[in-house]
Design a protein around this ligand. Structure first.
Ligand SMILES: NC(=O)C1=CN([C@@H]2O[C@H](COP(=O)(O)OP(=O)(O)OC[C@H]3O[C@@H](n4cnc5c(N)ncnc54)[C@H](OP(=O)(O)O)[C@@H]3O)[C@@H](O)[C@H]2O)C=CC1
Ligand SMILES: Cc1cn([C@H]2C[C@H](O)[C@@H](COP(=O)(O)OP(=O)(O)O[C@H]3O[C@@H](C)C(=O)[C@@H](O)[C@H]3O)O2)c(=O)[nH]c1=O
Length: 297
């Protein structure tokens, strides 16, 4: 029976993975404070010992430093969590022959142009988060381990913190919101990512040559402003679990909403390679967002 070690099991993606991976075999799920098995990514050697002790067939890493603005002020910690420890996981996977599944981000790109980025495009991150995530990818690729890296964007889930939930909170507190309308991408459900991951692991067990780096986001595109409007409109139509106070959602350019980290204008990711290789069709982003809102409202 396949033994899967899931790291970061309490995060948005990790939580959904617990459900999706269960059908594939035995899952050992560890989170940040799983002291018993030492799952703290700030301690790479502890994580190495954990992997050696558990001897998984597949390591799925959903742990990361995802606080994009905070990472600008703590680059060493971001690097440990997003690069050094994933690099250790890759070394251990190479040593034992295990598969490593890992997640990366649209923020590895500089956001120039308007064409969706392909896997062949050259990354040029604008932020500490993006740079450390890119270094994580590179360490995994250089290790020679069997791996699957899914680059995704704008992840949301019913559980955990995300942009959609921030908009619901702000929309219930304020009459006017200002939201950037010149950063483009696709909101992607953690449940979709988890289901794609399970499907891909099964596929790779039969066709290991298909491992590598792929872009995985929901279909279509939007910007943060249109996404916020969509979320608030759905909430207003829902049977009153939340009272939306906001009457105006003003579109603003990036320059009018300064943040510590720079973010890409063009976060569109081209998913054709993933869909063709794994025989998948990715649903439009609105479908998953509506499902998530129906769950939480
Ligand atoms: N969120 C997004 O919009 C996007 C995410 N991604 C990538 O997808 C993956 C999953 O992201 P997502 O689920 O949204 O992230 P979350 O922030 O929801 O979850 C991150 C997980 O990492 C854990 N973690 C944090 N610090 C440590 C640590 N020191 N040791 C061990 N675990 C730790 C957290 O545990 P705890 O909560 O206990 O601290 C949490 O379980 C990441 O690789 C991320 O870079 C890619 C694109 C977009
Ligand atoms: C709260 C808020 C944000 N914004 C803008 C700022 C930013 O450009 C955009 C999104 O802000 P957030 O801080 O919620 O999201 P951010 O942390 O940038 O989200 C990113 O997280 C990491 C982990 C990823 O990998 C990315 O794919 C992406 O999902 O919305 C507004 O315009 N108005 C607002 O009121």
């Amino acid at each position: 029976m396949t033994h899967i070690l899931l790291l970061g099991s309490g995060g948005q993606v990790g939580w959904e993975l617990q459900r999706s991976l269960a059908v594939l075999g035995r899952v050992t799920a560890l989170d940040h404070d799983s002291t018993q098995h030492c799952g703290d990514f700030a301690n790479p050697e502890g994580v190495r010992e954990t992997v050696r002790a558990l001897r998984p067939d597949v390591i799925v890493n959903a742990a990361a430093h995802t606080a994009v603005d905070k990472a600008e002020g703590e680059p060493e910690l971001a690097r440990l969590l997003n690069a050094t420890t994933p690099g250790v996981l890759a070394e251990e996977a190479a040593r034992s022959g295990a598969w490593l599944v890992h997640y990366s981000t649209d923020y590895v790109f500089d956001g120039s142009g308007s064409r969706p980025w392909t896997e062949a495009d050259v990354p040029a991150p604008l932020s500490v988060y993006g740079a450390t995530k890119l270094e994580g990818e590179q360490l995994i690729e250089a290790s020679g381990c069997r791996h699957l890296i899914l680059r995704t964007s704008w992840v949301y889930a019913a559980r955990g913190g995300n942009f959609a939930k921030t908009m619901l909170r702000l929309g219930s507190e304020r009459e006017r919101l200002t939201v950037i309308d010149d950063q483009w991408g696709a909101p992607t459900g953690a449940d979709l990512l988890a289901d794609v991951t399970a499907h891909a692991i099964r596929h790779l067990q039969a066709r290991p040559e298909d491992g590598g780096l792929y872009h995985c986001v929901a279909g279509g595109e939007t910007n943060w402003h249109s996404y916020a409007k969509y979320v608030l409109a759905q909430a207003q139509q829902a049977p009153a679990a939340i009272k939306i106070k906001a009457t105006e959602v003003a579109p603003v350019p990036t320059s009018a909403f300064p943040t510590p980290a720079r973010r890409p204008h063009n976060s569109r990711l081209d998913t054709r390679q993933l869909q063709a290789t794994f025989g998948l069709q990715l649903p439009p982003w609105q479908q998953g967002v509506a499902r998530m809102l129906a769950e939480i409202l």
